[in-house]
Ligand binder design. Sequence first.
Ligand code: M6R
Length: 607
Amino acid sequence: MCGIVGAVAKRNIVSILVNGLLRLEYRGYDSAGLVVVHDAKLERVRSAGRVAELGQKSANTYGELGIAHTRWATHGVPSERNAHPHMSRDLIAVVHNGIIENYEELRTELTAQGYEFTSDTDTEVIAHLIHSHYAQGSLLIATQMALSQLVGAYAIGVVAADNPHQLIAARKGSPLLLGVGVGEHFVASDMSALLQVTKNVVYLEEGDVVEVNLANYRIFDQLGNSVQRQVHVSELDNDSVELGEYQHYMQKEIHEQPQALANTLESVCNSQSLVPGIFGAEANTIFPQVENILILACGTSNHSGQVAKYWLEEIAGIPCNVEIASEYRYRTSVPNPKTLVVTISQSGETADTLAALIHAKSTGHAFTLAICNVPESAIIRQSKLRLLTRAGPEIGVASTKAFTTQLAALFLLTLVMAKLRGRLDAEREQQFLHELRHLPAAVQKVLALEPKIAEMAKHFANKHHALFLGRGMHFPIAAEGALKLKEISYIHAEAYPAGELKHGPLALVDADMPVVSVAPNDTLLEKLKSNLQEVKARGGELFVFADAETHIKESEGVHILQMPEHAGFLSPILHTIPLQLLAYYVALEKGTDVDKPRNLAKSVTVE
Ligand code: M6R
C-alpha cells in the first residue's frame, strides 16, 4: 500500500526522501511524488512511473523540509495528477495513506467555499481543509481541526510554504513512525525507510498528531493532550533490507528460512521444556482457562492458521476455528469469553485483521494473542499476549519466510496447550523439541532441490490454469502453493482437498491443466494416490511433491519431486518450500515482476 517519508533537516533532504521511497517500493505502488519547501515556495515533483524516475526528475531539486509518497490507487486512476503530494492554493501540501470515507461530502462543502479540485483523490480534501483553517496561523491547530472533520483511516504528512522548518504528521488506522535524529527529524510509514538516517524511532499511537521541528518534536494524543512516547532503538539493520547476492527479495527470503526458523525457535530450542510464558507473563493465568481457539487472519497468514487447526485439535485436543478476518469482522458471532482469539499477521498492520481483533474484543473476548513479525505493530499493541516471529524484514509481496515462521510459532502454541491439557508427556515433549531443533537443517536440505524445481517450472510457463491438491494438514499447504503461483505468475490456480476432486473440479482436468499434488508419507497417502490415478486417467499432467518413502513412480505425465525426509507433524513446513520455489521459477519463466506483482501491496492497510 501507499508509503510516506518526510524530513526536516539542515541539509538537502531530497535524496533522503527518494531513498526512503525506494525502501518502501516493496509495499506496492503505482505512482510517486514529493514536495519540498524552498524559498517560501512549494516545489512539487510527481511521476506516474517508478521511484527511480522521480529521482531523476528531482535530481536538481533542493529543500530542507519535505514530504514524499508512493501511491497505491484507491480513488482515481494511477496518474500523475492523482499522485501525492496534493496541494491547496500553493500553500499547503499533504501526503496521505488510508481512505477518507466522507470525502465526497467534504469535497462538496469545500467546492462551495471556492476550492478547486485538480485530482480525483480523497486526499485532496485534507489539503483544502487544512488550508481553510490555516488563516489562524498554526499548522498544528489547522491540521488538528481538519482531522476532526475526517471519517476514515489516515497517516498523513503536512507542510506549508511559509513554515520552512516544520512538518506535521498524524495517524489513525494507518501506521506512522517518527525518526529521531540529531538536530533533524523524519517520519515514515515503515522503519525500512528510516534506517538510512536513524535507528531511533517513536511508534506513533492511534490518533496521535506530531509537530516535528528541526531541534525537537511534540506529540499530542487523540484528545489533544501533550504526551511523551518512548524512543525505541530499532533492531533492524540496513543489510537486512539489501538484496545481496540474490536476484529478487522473494528468492532471498525463501533462502533465509532456515535462519528465520532458527531465530523464531531460539528461546525454546535452548531450553529443556516448554512454558506458557513464551507468549507473555499473563499466559500462565490465561491459557489454563482457555476452552477453544479462534484464529483470525488474511491470505497467507490465514493458511498458517488452517494448518494450526489440525495440530491444535489432534495434538492438544482443543477445538479450533479459523476465520477470514474480513468476514468475521462483519458477521454476528457467538462469543465465548473462554475463547483464545489468535490473530496472525506478518505486518501487524493488516486493516481487516486489526479490525477483526478490535471487533472480537468489543464482543467480550478478553483473551487475545498475536503471532506477528513486527514488534510494536498495531496488532501486537492491541493484544494481551504475543509471540513474535523473528523472520526479519519481508520485502517481497509474496509472503514466504513469514509463513513458515508463523507455522513454527503455531506449533509452539500447540505444544504448550497440549502440555497444559495433559496430552504431552515428557518423552513426547523432548521428541518434539528435538524435531524443532532439526527443522532449520531439514529446510536447508529441501532448498537444495532448487535446480530440479526450476526445471519443473518450465512446464508451467505457457499454462493458464493449475490445480493444487492436498489432504489433511497439507490441504492448506496446497492452498498456499496456489496463492503463491497466482499472485506472482498470474496463472489462475485453485486448491482442493484431493477428496473433493470428483465432486466437481475433475471436469477441468485435461492435458492443459497441470495438477500439483502435495503427497507426504502420511495416513492419507493411499487415498491421495487414488485421487492422482483419477487425474492421470483423464490425461492430466501431474507434479507430485512426494516424501522419500511415498513410492509413487515417475511415468509419462507424472513428474515426481522427492523430498529428502518426512517430518511428521512438521511436514507442512517442509512441503511449503518447493511450492514457493515453483511459483518463483514459474514467475521467472514468465518474466513477471516477482517482488512487486501487479495490483498487490505488501501491507494491506486499507479495507
Ligand atoms: O501482513 P499480513 O500477514 O497480515 O498480510 C496478510 C495478507 O495480505 C498476506 O499474507 C498476503 O496474502 C500475502 N502477500 C500473500 O503472499
